[in-house]
Design a protein around this ligand. Structure first.
Ligand code: NDP
Ligand code: 8X3
Length: 252
């Protein structure tokens, strides 16, 4: 049976790569994001796939509720929700960070994700089938300077994913938190307000993950036999690892 997949943040990066990965006659895709023209480019590229593009700002609670409640008939029964829309803004230490940036990250990465989940989940429970794939981050469990609110939003995603599993026990519905590390997408351009040089610096001399790598993991977790739930999957490029604790030492 054809599966319906809703991907938020499908206009770029991981989301667009997921659309490409779920291409074909087995899937019906709903591609959501704010930039409609970029969604339409993906739609044209995947002309062999049944696709609905949806201009959606996940921060808009009313918009999320109304638009997802009014999906046209063939797209109403969502089997896979990929909660991918998200962003980091800035890398300043907390005492210097822009409060507006903090609020946008909370509104998008936390509130947007819960609005979409809350709207789609009852239908999954009613139909007794579904898979929610959240896109967390290594930043949700590993602190780093300047990660302050961004990392905290992804820690929310991690715990929310686990708590969904608890609530859904007894229902054949899966929840997975994919936690990527360094991956080259528009992520750093957005983080550094489209400063191309600063964004390129993040990846200089590395072989980062690609959007396609993450789409591969999203596809894999959703295609496993139905009794298997991958709870969390942390994925890093080989060129990345953890640093030791940093210790500030005073001059003697
Ligand atoms: P991109 O910037 O390439 O893609 C982000 C996507 O999110 C875009 O499609 C954007 O679409 C969408 N988006 C942002 N804000 C909103 C909003 N308010 N409403 C709807 N859609 C929105 O980055 P990535 O693909 O890398 O990021 C995808 C996810 O992966 C994010 O949650 C990010 O935090 C996470 N992540 C990224 C990592 C990386 O290193 N790249 C590593 C770990 C996690 P539009 O602007 O058109 O609305
Ligand atoms: C994105 C990865 O390390 O820039 O979530 O926070 S990182």
């Amino acid at each position: 049976m054809k599966k319906t997949v809703l991907i938020t943040g499908a206009s770029s990066g991981f989301g667009a790569a997921c659309a490409r990965k779920f291409r074909g006659p087995e899937f019906r895709l709903i591609l959501a994001a704010r930039r409609l023209e970029k969604l339409e480019i993906v739609q044209r590229e995947l002309s062999d796939t049944e696709i609905l593009v949806l201009q959606l700002d996940v921060r808009d609670r009313k918009g999320v509720t109304e638009k997802l409640a009014a999906l046209p008939v063939p797209f109403q029964e969502i089997d896979i929700l990929v909660n991918n829309a998200g962003l980091a803004l800035g890398l300043e230490p907390a005492q210097e960070a822009d409060l507006d940036n903090w609020e946008i990250m909370v509104d998008t990465n936390i509130k947007g994700l819960i609005y979409c989940t809350r709207q789609i989940l009852p239908g999954m429970v009613k139909r007794q089938r579904g898979h929610i794939v959240n896109i967390g981050s290594v930043a949700g469990s590993t602190p780093y300077p300047g990660g302050n609110v961004y990392g905290a939003t992804k820690a929310f995603v991690q715990q929310f994913s686990n708590n969904l599993r608890s609530d859904l026990l007894g229902n054949p519905i899966r929840v997975t938190n994919i936690e990527p590390g360094l991956a080259e997408t528009e992520f750093s351009l957005v983080r550094f307000n489209w400063d191309e040089e600063r964004a390129a610096d993040v990846y200089r001399g590395t072989r980062p993950l690609t959007a396609e790598d993450i789409a591969e993991t999203v596809y894999w977790v959703t295609s496993l036999p139905p009794h298997i739930n991958i709870n969390r999957l942390e994925v890093m490029p080989v060129c990345q690892a953890w640093a030791p604790f940093s210790i500030h030492r005073q001059e003697e």
